[in-house]
Write a protein that binds this ligand. Structure first.
Ligand SMILES: [Zn+2]
Length: 549
């Protein structure tokens, strides 16, 4: 279609063409999902579906009519095509939906994580959904229309869109409302409104946060029994897992032995596995700040309040605190404490292609600890190791060759192209690598002549194809258990058990209780012997089993 042979478009007419494309082709995953629902069959449902298509079209016309003025019509159109094509791809391939926390997730993704998502199906989708229509869009000549008239015409079209949308909703409100109520994820599938809404929510949240001053937590924090030398004071390691789900954890009764080394430690008596722990969020940037926060999941609400966290309180009490990261950062949690990133440590043998296996953290730990303030180290130390864990979709990259017991592995970034058992193999091998990291860390702690402990908990779970879902990040209310049920364990050395009067038989007896990330803040403070009014003893998982029986 040579662009020069055609009469130039009226800008509003071209805008309608874009709206039509976005509402139909740009929403294919939504229409397909609706079509597959059991209640969308028969004559009545054709009316419901038809009116929904019209509502989406009319709402798109309203949106574009209000915001897409000729000055930025072309680039904004390209952006919308790219957004709808890529979100369509991820929705239909992984069963994810686009909500504010998913958007934050996308924004905080680093280069390595982004490259893990690139696959041929994505390239083809972008070509058909954004590049080709984008080329056509860019080449269309547009007529110049006078200012006042254009404003009237465009607002008129927008208003018409509003009227049609309201009328269609009026006619089919009952059916549409019940559809949206019964299938809550649908509302996060409407392109481009899902993205527009998420961008607005995130920006407003950030703006509000930027204006707040950091609220202190635990100003009265103090050590109840400070150590007096770096060789004899307590050392507590908290490992923050990534994307490990309880369902595949050997210690939790999974059919495959994904945790042989931890099982060995369990049989030696000092390790307790908590089998019913739920996460605060379904993605890293919700769960990580939330688990370190004194607020529980119910009040955390995306972390809209700027507040100090567990690490600030530990540091204020006088302890040496260190965050070691083998992932895309600590999401603000470690901003005010010493932190180090494995990628800057120059360990070529376990960091192929710039990404390190989690073992790199253990390798770096002794040197990094020695760098901390000696006065603080004499009182005691808490280290957080933030794993790469089972970060997807490239699970096969999360275990070195020696850990790959389950074969063959899925090595495609487009998970839906792999047989389910290959995805499971790659994922389970990544858990074996976590097993290795945790057990090796414990073995190292055992060599030290001081009271030590290790606490491990994953940040969220993962869907591996159940109900057509992959990865994680579902809005919490709608998330399947696979994404929220996480493995958690403690290993406490005999000297620390004795020092604190911790009775492990008591702890094992209540290990199956329903705990959650809400308990971590209070449990860690208890374990580190930090006294503060910020700690709620009733939420400390170890408290009922600590002290004289
Ligand atoms: Zn995560």
């Amino acid at each position: 279609m040579p662009s020069s042979s055609r009469a130039p478009w009226h800008p509003t007419a071209l805008l309608l063409v874009l709206a039509l494309w976005l509402a139909t082709a740009g929403n294919l995953p939504l229409w397909r999902a609706l079509w597959k629902l059991p209640e969308t069959h028969g004559l009545q449902s054709v009316v419901t579906l038809g009116s929904l298509v019209l509502v989406v079209l009319a709402a798109t016309v309203l949106l574009l009519g209000l915001f897409l003025w000729p000055r930025w019509l072309k680039p904004a159109g390209i952006a919308l095509l790219l957004i709808t094509a890529s979100s369509s791809y991820f929705m239909s391939s992984y069963g994810i939906v686009i909500d504010p926390s998913m958007l934050t997730n996308v924004v905080q993704t680093d280069m390595g994580e982004a490259l893990d998502l690139v696959s041929w199906p994505l390239v083809v989708t972008l070509l058909l959904g954004a590049v080709l229509p984008g080329l056509w869009w860019w080449r269309q000549p547009v007529r110049r229309v006078g200012g006042g008239r254009l404003v009237l015409q465009q607002l008129g079209v927008g208003l018409l869109g509003l009227l049609v949308a309201v009328a269609m909703l009026w006619i089919s409100f009952q059916d549409v409302a019940s559809l949206m109520r019964n299938h809550k994820t649908l509302r996060y599938m409407i392109n481009p409104f899902n993205t527009v809404y998420a961008v607005a929510r995130v920006s407003v949240g950030r703006a509000a946060q930027a204006q707040q001053t950091l609220q202190p937590v635990g100003m009265d924090a103090h050590l109840m029994s400070p150590g007096d030398s770096a060789d004899t004071s307590p050392l507590i390691v908290l490992v923050v897992g990534e994307t490990a789900r309880a369902a595949n954890f050997g210690l939790g009764g999974y059919g495959r032995d994904t945790t042989p080394l931890l099982k060995q430690l369990q049989s030696e008596g000092d390790l307790v596995y908590f089998s019913s722990v739920s996460s605060c969020g379904t993605n890293t940037q919700t769960s990580v700040p939330c688990m370190f926060s004194p607020q529980g999941r119910e009040t955390f609400d995306g972390g809209d309040t700027r507040q100090e966290n567990l690490l600030d309180v530990l540091q204020r009490a006088g302890l040496a605190v260190l965050w070691l990261d083998n992932q895309s950062g600590c999401k603000g949690v470690c901003d005010r404490v010493p932190h180090a990133d494995t990628r800057n440590l120059n360990l070529p043998d376990i960091c192929p292609e710039g990404e390190c296996f989690d073992e790199a953290m253990l390798r770096a730990l002794p040197d990094e600890l020695a760098r901390l303030d000696p006065e603080r180290r004499a009182r005691g130390t808490v280290v957080v190791m933030h794993q790469m864990g089972s970060h997807g979709p490239a699970y096969y990259k999360r275990s070195p060759p020696a850990m790959k017991l389950f074969q063959p592995e899925c090595t495609s970034h487009a998970l839906q192209e792999c047989p389910p058992e290959q995805i499971q193999n790659a994922y389970d091998n990544s858990l074996r690598n976590t097993d290795h990291l945790l057990a090796e860390t414990v073995r190292w702690l055992q060599t030290l002549q001081r009271p030590t402990a290790l606490v491990y908990v994953s940040d969220h779970g993962e869907s591996l194809g159940e109900k057509g879902l992959y990865l994680h990040g579902m809005p919490y209310r709608m998330a399947p258990t696979e994404q929220t049920h996480v493995p958690m364990l403690t290993w406490v050395s005999k000297p620390l058990q004795q020092a604190q009067g911790l009775r492990l038989d008591c702890l094992r007896a209540q290990a199956a209780q329903p705990w959650s990330h809400d308990n971590l803040f209070h449990t860690m403070l208890g374990l580190a012997r930090v006294g503060t009014t910020a700690r709620d003893g009733t939420l400390d998982m170890l408290a009922p089993c600590t002290g004289p029986s």
